[in-house]
Design a protein around this ligand. Structure first.
Ligand SMILES: N[C@@H](CCC(=O)N[C@@H](CS)C(=O)NCC(=O)O)C(=O)O
Length: 316
């Protein structure tokens, strides 16, 4: 918490004096100048804005491996290493063991004053279009993730996961074969986004202590409702096989643990429902395709504090 406050104070001090750099190209849009400073947000330990305390781990290694491969494979994944929604699509292509070109997009302004240069200020769509034309052709709203598979363009994380499952019709299947189970997988995947994630982020970003506490209790209750819908044996939501529900929750659970602990001292309760969730987390975390997307925890935590700065500034 103290660190977040210091970061916010630093942001306010610096705001008035330094220009904002938005990437490696010089552009301007409606009086919004993007400086040709060749500054890019840190992608790996060779980049100038990489913090020396960060260690390249599974996720960074997967990215390096994919970036070293061909750039123009028929399947392209437009993604951001820090985005939980994008991580869903990333897990999907890794689970299916597909060959794909990894295309890193940073849809936010770059500001070298912050860890890795990351901010939470979205670039205007026109700027994104100029910087990443192929990405915007694949994702008309300018949000990651999206995929382009031989000209099939799909966006929205859960739709991307379902598209990958149907287009690459081999195990592991993200949607079961029986219609009712498919429906349940969709229902619980939406529940993850609409209920569990929602209340975690309210808890995290709410300033009023009473409202913050209330949101935490609602978050725990939504987690319990989810846990009671999980198969008893597990370890995954449906049982021994993974499904879209596991893919939907995993990137967010990672953030609940890492970010919740760092910024809110969040401790998960120790009851039976949370034990089931812990068993699920440990199994999912050990699956090679899920593990392949786990980036350096300190790097993710440092980047996520940009949310707090962004909200503080936009509320002034
Ligand atoms: N509902 C979308 C949400 C995707 C999303 O919010 N992505 C963020 C990054 S985490 C983004 O691209 N933000 C860019 C912007 O706001 O302009 C999904 O499930 O794919």
């Amino acid at each position: 918490m103290r660190r977040a406050k210091l970061m916010r104070a630093a942001f306010h001090r610096a705001k008035s004096v330094a220009p904002v750099a938005l990437g490696a190209v010089g552009l301007s849009f409606q009086g919004f100048s993007l400086f040709a400073e060749n500054v890019k947000a840190a992608q790996n330990s060779h980049d100038a804005l990489w913090d020396p305390s960060w260690v390249e781990t599974h996720g960074e290694k997967t990215i390096a491996k994919r970036l070293a491969g061909p750039k123009d494979l028929p399947l392209k994944l437009y993604t951001s290493w820090f985005c939980a929604f994008a991580q869903r699509a990333w897990i999907a292509v890794e689970e299916k063991q597909l060959e794909y070109s990894y295309v890193e997009i940073n849809p936010y302004e770059v500001d070298p004053r912050f860890p890795g240069g990351y901010t939470k200020k979205p670039l205007p769509l026109e700027v994104k279009k100029a910087m990443y034309p192929d990405f915007i052709a694949s994702s008309p709203n300018g949000l990651v993730p999206s995929v382009d598979c031989n000209g099939d363009k799909v966006w929205e994380s859960l739709h991307v996961v379902q598209y990958i499952d149907e287009r690459f019709d081999h195990p592991p299947y993200f949607l079961p074969r029986e219609p009712v189970k498919r429906a349940h997988v969709r229902i619980w995947s939406d529940f993850v986004t609409d209920k569990i994630c929602k209340y975690f982020y309210v808890h995290w970003l709410e300033k009023d202590p009473a409202a913050q506490l209330k949101a935490k209790e609602v978050f725990f209750e939504e987690c319990r409702t989810f846990a009671r819908a999980m198969s008893k044996d597990g370890p995954y939501f449906l049982g021994s096989e993974i499904s879209m529900v596991d893919i939907a929750l995993f990137p967010f659970w990672q953030r609940f643990l890492w970010i919740g602990h760092h910024y809110r001292d969040l401790e998960m309760p120790k009851d039976k429902d949370f034990e089931r969730l812990q068993r699920w987390w440990e199994a999912a975390r050990d699956r090679p395709a899920f593990k392949a997307t786990l980036v350096c925890a300190d790097r993710l935590v440092a980047r996520e504090c940009r949310w707090l700065d962004f909200l503080t500034n936009s509320q002034q």
